[in-house]
Design a protein around this ligand. Structure first.
Ligand SMILES: Nc1ncnc2c1ncn2[C@@H]1O[C@H](COP(=O)(O)OP(=O)(O)OP(=O)(O)O)[C@@H](O)[C@H]1O
Length: 330
């Protein structure tokens, strides 16, 4: 549905996007995940036509949005990071006004349906200035889906919400995802794990990995820390630790008896290769029995931290900064 081709962007003399390319397929919920300043908002502003890229193209249903902006505008719902709303209007007045701006034939009818969908009906008479942040986000989402919207672009939709509000907005996004294509940005990992079908990880203006949340965990979980539990007691922990710490590719070993039980060690490798078999071999060749072996905290968070660290390490060593991780699990 959306094709992003070689986008680059420069603010003044600072290049913040480097040759960013990806596609968004019809019906999917795609997450753009990256730390603060990675270039998420810049990418989204370009996709919505608010910002002209320094170079690159965006095609919506095959049409170049720079040449034919209306092809996208009428079918796009955009929720910026801070939803601008008029505080002196009620929820309903605001949405009817938005529906009229979007040239709805039945502004009141469409508003009623959208308020129902976004669970705003009970708050219809409230002034926007009296709404909680969670309700303001719902009004932002309601505005975005009014009209013939097929594609929703949501910039940090849960930023600044409390845990209950976050859950409600996530549920709502998933529900909207049943009949809309959604691209959302976030720097919060559980967000993509819980909401998205596919994830792009962006760091320093580059797409450094792409895949399903599970696929990325699988790929990058191999390179991080692992828990190994051996048949050694407390007294022999020092000797076992020395054995595990011997190879140059081991970055650190910690005794983790308290967290993971007697005989447990956390082994962190340099991330350059999959060392799982090597760690087990190291222990067994030294005569230890391996009782348990598992990745330490194999969440997307570890995957993400590993990836960003690896990218930083490669850059320091003058290597290629693109981690070449595209396609993991997708
Ligand atoms: N209008 C601007 N002028 C100059 N630099 C900008 C401008 N907007 C953003 N930047 C810079 O561009 C880089 C990318 O910013 P962007 O807002 O796209 O990142 P982000 O991933 O959305 O981060 P955040 O979550 O913090 O908003 C940052 O270094 C930021 O300081």
């Amino acid at each position: 549905m959306l094709e992003v081709l070689n986008l680059s962007h420069t603010y003044g003399s600072t290049r913040v996007l480097h040759d960013v390319s990806f596609t968004v397929a019809e019906g999917e919920i795609l997450g753009l995940l990256g730390p603060n300043g990675a270039g998420k908002s810049t990418t989204m502003r370009i996709l919505t036509g608010y910002l002209q890229p320094s170079s690159g193209r965006v095609l919506f249903a095959g049409k170049d949005i720079q040449k034919e902006p209306l092809a996208l505008r009428s079918q796009l719902g955009y929720m910026p990071e801070n939803v601008p709303l008029y505080p002196e209007l009620t929820v309903e007045e605001h949405l009817v006004w938005t529906a009229r701006l979007k040239e709805a034939a039945d502004a009141k009818g469409d508003t009623a349906a959208v308020m129902e969908r976004c669970r705003l009906t009970e708050a219809r008479g409230k002034l926007v200035r009296h709404l909680s942040k969670g309700f303001r986000q719902r009004v932002g989402l309601a505005q975005a889906i009014l009209g013939p919207t097929r594609l929703l672009i949501l910039d940090e939709p849960t930023a600044g919400l409390d845990p209950q509000q976050i859950r409600e907005i996530r549920d709502l996004i998933r529900e909207l995802g049943k009949d809309k294509t959604i691209l959302l940005s976030t720097h919060i990992l559980p967000e993509v794990e819980l909401t998205c079908d596919r994830v792009l990880i962006i760091n320093e203006g580059r797409i450094v990995a792409e895949g399903t949340p599970g696929g990325l965990v699988d790929t990058f979980g191999r390179h991080g820390s692992h828990i190994i539990r051996l048949d050694v007691d407390q007294a022999d922990a020092g000797e076992a630790l020395k054995t595990l710490d011997a190879p140059a590719w081991v970055r650190s070993v910690e005794v983790s008896y308290e967290q993971y039980g007697e005989g447990a060690f956390t082994v962190t490798t340099d991330g350059a290769a999959d060392r799982r078999a090597d760690i087990i071999r190291l222990a067994t060749q030294a005569g230890y029995g391996v009782l348990e072996f598992k990745p330490a905290g194999a969440g997307l968070e570890d995957a993400f931290v590993n990836l960003v660290h690896r990218q930083a390490g490669l850059a320091e060593n003058g290597g290629e900064t693109q981690a070449g991780a595209q396609g993991a699990g997708s």
